[in-house]
Design a protein around this ligand. Sequence first.
Ligand code: ADP
Ligand code: MG
Length: 411
Amino acid sequence: MRLEESRAVFTVPNRFFAEWIAERYSKLLNEALNREMGRSLDAAFEVSPEQVQAKAAVIQPPPPKSRPAGINLNAAYTFESFVVGPCNELAHAACQAVADAPGGQYNPLMIFGGSGLGKTHLVSAVANRLVNREPSYRVHYTSSEAYSNELIQAVRFDGIQTFRDKYRRVDSLIIEDIQFLSGRERTQEEFFHTFDALFQAGRQIVLTSDKLPRDIPGLASRLRTRFEWGLLADLQTPDTETKLAILQRKATEKGVVLSRQVAAYLAGQPESSIRVLEGYLNRLMAVSRLRGAEVSLELARQVLGPLANEHLVGVEDVLRVVSAHYGVRPADLKSSRKSRDISRPRQVAMFLARRLTNASFPEIGLALGGKDHSTVVKGVQRVEKLLVEDPELADTVRAVENAIRQGKQSD
Ligand code: ADP
Ligand code: MG
């Protein structure tokens, strides 16, 4: 192997060999080179001069499988790798129906949902299935932003007719994140024509958005009504069971075994986006690999503690929800009254403040009207003990904890 400025050149016996390796192993080799050499190098292959008379041919890796230009379609986003739960079953079923019978009854199909809930995964699964079933089938996968940029480019350079022809030739058009059409009048006008041409020809249109069409400011009403013609299927925040299943699935894909405990800890983080959850998992795995430590609950706590706390709750949030739950006033919790109906909620507040916030014992004491550190420690210990002995209290604490977390998610 010879190192050049930006390449690592391997000598191979013949041209066939070169092509064969380039096709199958370029990506792996490039990754390994980057990792080992600490700089970006492309693997290249040349035929050994002894083997052939001809000048050494350096064969570049073949260009990626030709797909129509657009944004990149992730081949790993398939129906098989998508976990179905109550939060996404309608959208999932609709996407499957469209992939199996494009241009049918759900046209256009609009997948709507918050960031990181699986819109891209689902519509990519549609595109992948369509292309894999029938390679000559023309799926164009893009985003409204890329569409808009391409249009601007076309107006300036290539000519608008080329652009129109291209879009009107596709069999299925998938456009992501149409909320970015907001306020872009020229793009909207062009898209209106694209839409109608395709729709009238019975071609499938799939759209994603993080807003309902009627909530996209500056969206032309003729587009809004068209977006509402077909089926609008939404993705909701996943419930804990679905989160668990997704985490397990992602871990398996990455070759890691996730204990039920660790999965539950991750799923229990006050975070509803699957993208963020997956980020937690990646972070956890990276640290585990770096330290050569097992993916344990202990490690998860260490790694995610500070992250999780970012979203969390202050002591005042805890006091607010605890007092509402027990029907007392926050001022009562801060008072020095010792009666049981005040002291118990106060202890629960101490316990939950300790558990859900960053606050230290003295800080919690301060927020509770200037109690000292040892009072807070005792309160927390008292609740810890009761959680084991008193299932009713345990239920209460769990309910209050959930209410606090949810309050935090929705604000
Ligand atoms: P969006 O486009 O809605 O912002 P993505 O489709 O990019 O969200 O999803 C974010 C991440 O979560 C992706 O890695 C995706 O694979 C994963 N994901 C979301 N929903 C599921 C699911 N039901 N099963 C498996 N993975 C999912
Ligand atoms: Mg997306």
